[in-house]
Design a protein around this ligand. Structure first.
Ligand code: BGC
Length: 774
């Protein structure tokens, strides 16, 4: 299927105002078909978010269509086969059109109408009967009203519903639409492309527990933090209004709160965005069931206000909503806290894969590149992300500037430092965030052995590295006196988030610091990493000149890094990230890494096995420690139940992974998002090291199973549905013997390395092995 040209229609007569609530548009078109339908295909899209019906039935169960893309450039359209659903005679296509990402609130500061101020619909129905082919397009014959029940709608902030305005029968033929108006022909300058992403669907459901909080309020606890909506049944008098406010936690006094959903420090800086997560619902007479149509929230708790009857748990269900990528793996072990950590990480992944990979399902809901960059290995152990990430990479590239710079939020979202003041375009190309464009295709290659994504991004990736090189040649004003030719390859200009959120740091202060002092160590390391990856891509794509060129760049940057940041082969820093990064990224050779790994190990031990890394190295620290034999330290770090540490939050009852290591303090005070997936990226270590399913040869052409047992664990097991077939690795320790059960797909060369160092090979199938363990 290819790009399509549609005729767009605008269903609104009034002019949009950012300060007024925008009711949803209800749009209908009656269509009369003469003769039997042989074939009927409908294509539909919208600037906004639509829910479409045919003769009263939803077209399909996908939500939030047409999905979030860089609307300035491209918009997905959906295709429905209606051959068996269209009646001969009268039919009605009905659409509810909401704000969505197009006109709704976006980003940290919840700015409205970034992509445009007119919501629009586009559809084309082609029907073949014995009489021939007829085509219906969206035009002035499509009727609309804004006088329906959804009075205000937004994905992130508010949905206001007045059921006394219910439009009974509007989806059926013969409805009296005399009060409705004709739509106006509109237009869209971007490209309309076939739907690429994964469908966003309703998934798991959770029952409620009713709580009375100390402040006298009624709060529902669904037991699982997630992204979704609440379905409720309520009985009462017409005109009575209730509210449901969604939040992630209770505060230090046990009361409902959403305060943690403002970025720590942002109130002081004066840029709080409207958070909302609030459904206001006015009842019609009697009993009724509702769930928000366009509002999707991040929550575990719901504060009910003004409920007209006794609150009964059975009347409420929490429904998870996310991109439907089935889980293809599982990991469990003898430490139940680690198992809960894995579950939490999975739930944060679900909550943050709602059409695009986001940071959190609450405060920003933005497609931060750094978050998916560090999480991409873990995500691919969980699910087949190819479709989901392909769409994301497409938007990533569409945002590349002429000079080669790449965004760090994809698709783009606005930022308003002072309310009402011109929306600033967020600065570009932060190291570790923008580099996701280069790294994600390489991760996909390792999982699937397929070069198509690298081919897809190749030119953009080259351009980005070239751009970074140019930035490196410029000198930061406070480094003007630094001499040495190598400094031309130290990237100390531009904006970089840096390591980000190391324990104890305050997010907004970190952000402001990053504005003035880019962290050259982080930025230079990523420049090396991306140059090296582009050279690898060139190799795999059969472009020897590029391969040599980018390999040379990588080598020069690597030398510059070593000269600038290593003193006699050692690192001098109090920060753990400074030790992890050069090893993890190959900025030092294995032998040289010994000294640095020892320094890191000593540091972690002295620090009482507390994690000290931020966003960009937390996902690698355990691997680095194990690669140098510090297995005991790695497990103590993983199993540490104090703060900062992965299991601290599990002990505090978390059901998702937190943004901030101290997400809930000892007094129970919550800070920042409690649903960020990036810290859960340590799960890739559990699969690859603890269970031993290594990413050795791309696409699992050859499989290496090398479990690294340790800590308190007496058993661990993982299974993973690889592109070659099922891989299982299960081990247990009994009476000083390590028993391993391995299963790999038939015909795939497999090497198993036991903890005693012994090697065992097979051509796939089952292997049961054992060895002594000290
Ligand atoms: C987001 C992150 C993001 C970061 C950039 C935060 O506000 O929630 O997850 O990557 O900013 O450093």
């Amino acid at each position: 299927m290819t790009q399509k040209t549609f005729q767009f229609i605008n269903p609104e007569c009034s002019t949009f105002s950012k300060d007024a609530a925008s009711p949803a548009s209800y749009i209908r078109r009656e269509i009369e078909i003469s003769g039997d339908v042989k074939r009927a295909v409908l294509h539909m899209t919208a600037l906004g978010v639509y829910k479409a019906y045919l003769n009263g039935e939803e077209l399909d169960d996908r939500l939030l269509l047409p999905g979030f893309t860089n609307y300035h450039e491209r918009l997905q359209y959906q295709t429905y086969d209606l051959t068996d659903r269209l009646n001969s005679g009268k039919n009605v296509i009905g659409v509810i059109l909401g704000e969505g990402w197009y006109r709704g609130c976006l980003g940290l500061t919840s700015v409205k109408a970034f992509y445009g101020s007119k919501v629009q619909l586009a559809a084309e129905l082609e029907v073949e009967t014995d009489d021939g082919i007829s085509v219906w397009k969206t035009d002035e014959n499509w009727l609309a009203t804004q006088d329906g029940p959804i009075r205000q709608n937004d994905l992130k902030t508010y949905e206001t519903v007045d059921m006394t305005k219910e439009l009974t029968g509007w989806l059926e033929p013969g409805y009296d639409a005399s009060g409705w108006h004709r739509c106006v022909i509109g237009g869209y300058d971007g490209k309309c492309v076939p739907h690429e992403g994964e469908p966003v669907l309703e998934r798991e459901q959770f029952p409620a527990k009713v709580l009375k909080t100390p402040d006298g309020n009624t709060v529902l606890d669904f037991g699982q933090n997630l992204s979704g909506h609440v379905q409720f049944t309520v009985t009462g008098k017409a005109g009575h209004t209730v509210t449901l406010k969604m939040g992630e936690c209770l505060d230090e006094n046990g009361n409902f709160t959403t305060k943690n959903l403002q970025a720590e420090g942002s109130a002081e800086m004066g840029f709080n965005g409207a958070l909302g997560q609030c459904l206001t619902y006015t009842l019609k007479e009697g009993s009724q069931t509702y769930k928000s149509q366009f509002l999707i929230s991040g929550y575990q708790y719901v504060l009910l206000e003004n409920w007209p009857e006794e609150v009964k748990a059975d009347n409420f269900t929490s429904i998870a909503v996310y991109s439907a990528m089935p889980f293809i793996s599982d990991f469990t072990c003898s430490n139940p806290l680690i198992n809960q950590f894995v579950r939490n990480s999975q739930w944060s992944w679900r909550s943050n894969s709602v059409d695009i990979p986001t940071d959190c399902p609450t405060r920003e809901r933005a497609g931060w590149g750094g978050d998916i960059n560090v999480f991409s290995e873990t995500a691919n152990f969980y699910c087949d992300t190819r479709k989901f990430l392909h769409k994301y990479l497409g938007d990533f590239m569409s945002l590349q500037t002429e000079e080669g710079s790449l965004p760090f939020i994809i698709p783009e979202v606005p930022f308003e430092l002072i309310k009402g003041l011109k929306t600033q375009r967020i600065p570009y190309s932060s190291a570790g965030w923008a580099d996701a464009l280069v790294n994600i295709p390489m991760v996909l290659y390792r999982f699937y052995g397929d070069t198509s994504e690298m081919e897809f991004v190749y030119e953009a990736a080259k351009k980005y590295v070239d751009y970074d090189l140019k930035r490196a040649k410029k000198r930061n004003w406070n480094h003007l006196l630094r001499l040495g030719k190598h400094y031309d390859y130290i990237l100390d200009t531009g904006f970089h988030w840096g390591e980000w959120l190391e324990p104890g740091s305050v997010m907004v202060k970190d952000g402001v610091k990053a504005l003035f002092t880019p962290d050259a160590e982080v930025a230079t390391a990523w420049l090396y990493h991306s140059a090296k990856q582009v050279s690898e891509m060139a190799h795999l794509l059969g472009k020897p000149e590029d391969e040599a060129h980018y390999a040379e760049i990588a080598k020069t940057v690597r030398n510059a890094y070593r000269k600038e940041f290593l003193k006699g082969g050692k690192v001098t820093s109090k920060r753990q990230c400074r030790y992890v990064r050069p090893i993890a990224m190959g900025l030092v050779d294995y032998e040289e890494g010994r000294v640095i790994a020892k320094q890191l190990n000593d540091m972690v031990i002295t620090g009482g096995y507390k994690i000290g890394t931020g966003f960009l190295t937390t996902y690698r620290i355990l691997m680095v420690l194990c690669d140098y034999g510090y297995v005991d330290t790695a497990y103590k770090l993983m199993e540490n139940e104090g703060c900062p540490g992965w299991l601290y939050e599990v002990k505090k009852g978390a059901t998702t992974t937190w943004e901030n290591w101290l997400g809930v303090d000892d007094n129970g005070k919550p800070t920042d998002s409690l649903n960020h997936y990036s810290p859960g990226a340590a799960v890739a270590w559990l699969y690859q090291y603890c269970a031993g399913i290594r990413l050795e040869k791309p696409g699992f052409e050859e499989i290496k199973i090398q479990p690294v047992p340790g800590g308190s664990l007496t058993w661990a097991k993982a299974n993973y549905e690889s592109c070659k077939g099922t891989i299982v690795s299960e081990w247990k320790i009994e009476n000083g013997i390590f028993y391993l059960h391995v299963q790999t797909p038939a015909g795939v060369p497999t090497t198993v390395i036991l903890p005693d160092g012994s090697n065992h090979t097979s051509n796939g199938g089952v292997m049961n092995l054992d060895c002594k363990i000290g």
